[in-house]
Design a protein around this ligand. Structure first.
Ligand SMILES: Cc1ncc(COP(=O)(O)O)c(C=O)c1O
Length: 401
């Protein structure tokens, strides 16, 4: 294992040709502890956000015992990596074979659904098991979130009562779940969704044992600075307390982004500069899918031995493939003298970024290093004094895996 004092040290010593994924296990651990200790219920990790086995182990070691899985491959992965973990299959549209394997081979008992067909499918696939937790997914607004999840899933409002009633007959534990959309910028998103839950319970007149508020908890990115997570937790707690549910009902959440965004960043090399466009060695088909396709702005730092004395200017990025779509509009603010051969650290890529990497066009290979410094931004550092100050060239310690 090589050791370096800093991202700069790594860049200078190795001059890496491939992008390098910089992992911060301590950041993922801190986020998990935060949810375990402060969320007023149970926190499941949404594996979709980053299925790395190393990360799964870190979260497990930090107290996350339940995992929201969305495919049979995720079921198998988590069952293999964390044999004692509780798996919850929260994709509302599943293959019947996947449900059967999840239930009979991997002991999965919790499933979400948003139609009568899915309910019947779950019953058939589990041979009418009597120990199921069934969570009916409501369609709620994504108006307060940066990425909508309002179109694809969620029971038709006209069918919610009938579905809750039928699921009540089939379930040992009946739940209601929803997703307010990813990167919800205000706790109000959950307050409004909980009002939908309240209406659904009243209209169906069923006993609900579990309310799962889904994911959507934010991270910090340029131009997206959410309120403290405690404000979300307290709004959810108050809304939950006012629901017409039994005293013993459970509250769950399924954060993906919030648990792992700070876990990873990426060190990339500039291969060419054309005016205000930088051609870098990772892009839309690598870890920067969201930067390309939904205009997500990630924080960036120039990693150069002598700090630049030029002012920042707005750049856009091109990724490495022979493809015009491999373009990230940004703007990414970097010193005006940034040029070919420079290294840039792109932050907050632990959620979704790293998980979506492909091998398209022969690119996609990365090296991986652990670093011990703080992420470029954090929702989990207690006070200002601890908040990361990441100037180019800041000394950090890096271990090579
Ligand atoms: C069912 C479900 N739960 C949780 C999540 C995690 O969401 P987020 O990363 O916004 O917390 C997702 C993401 O799409 C999801 O589909």
């Amino acid at each position: 294992m090589h050791k370096h004092h800093s991202a700069l040290g790594l860049a200078t010593a190795l001059r890496p040709v491939q992008p390098v994924t910089l992992l911060r296990p301590h950041a993922a651990q801190r986020a998990a502890r935060f949810f375990v200790e402060k969320f007023p219920g149970r926190s499941l990790y949404a594996v979709k956000a980053n299925p790395s086995p190393d990360l799964l182990q870190i979260l497990w070691d930090s107290g996350i015992t339940h995992y929201d899985v969305a495919s049979i491959a995720e079921v198998r992965l988590v069952a293999r990596t964390l044999p004692e973990a509780e798996l919850c299959f929260m994709h509302p549209v599943k293959a019947e074979e996947a449900i059967a394997e999840a239930y009979f081979t991997h002991g999965v008992k919790t499933f979400s659904l948003d139609t009568m067909e899915e309910l019947e499918k779950i019953q058939r696939a589990t041979r009418h098991a009597s120990d199921l937790t069934l969570a009916v997914r409501l369609r709620v607004s994504s108006d307060h979130s940066k990425l909508s999840l309002a179109a694809k899933f969620g029971a038709d409002p006209a069918e919610v009562s009938q579905l809750l009633f039928a699921a009540r007959q089939a379930a040992d534990t009946l739940g209601i779940c929803f997703h307010v959309g990813s990167q919800a910028m205000t706790p109000q998103a959950y307050v409004e969704a909980m009002e939908r839950v309240r209406q659904a319970i009243v209209q169906a007149a069923v006993t609900v044992d579990l309310v799962d508020v889904g994911g959507g908890f934010p991270s910090i990115y340029p131009g997206m600075e959410p309120p403290a997570l405690e404000a979300y937790f307290s709004a959810i707690h108050d809304a939950f307390e006012s629901l017409p549910i039994s005293y013993s009902a459970e509250l769950w959440c399924e954060p993906g982004r919030a648990l792992c965004a700070e876990y990873a960043s990426l060190l990339v090399r500039v291969e060419r500069r054309r005016g205000d466009e930088l051609y870098i060695n990772d892009g839309a088909y690598g870890a920067l899918f969201d930067a390309a396709h939904v205009g997500w702005r990630f924080p960036v730092n120039l990693i150069r031995e002598d700090e630049s004395e030029t002012r920042d200017m707005a750049f856009s990025f091109y990724g490495p493939t022979c493809d015009d779509l491999d373009h990230m509009a940004g703007p990414f603010m970097l010193p005006a003298d940034t040029q070919a051969g420079d290294y840039i650290e792109i932050g907050m890529l632990g959620a979704y970024g790293c998980a979506m990497r492909t091998g398209f066009n022969g690119f996609g290979e990365t090296e991986v290093s652990i670093v011990e410094d703080e992420p470029m931004a954090s929702l989990y550092l207690e006070d200002e004094a601890e908040a990361p100050v990441r100037k180019p060239g800041t000394v950090v310690s890096i271990k090579r895996l």
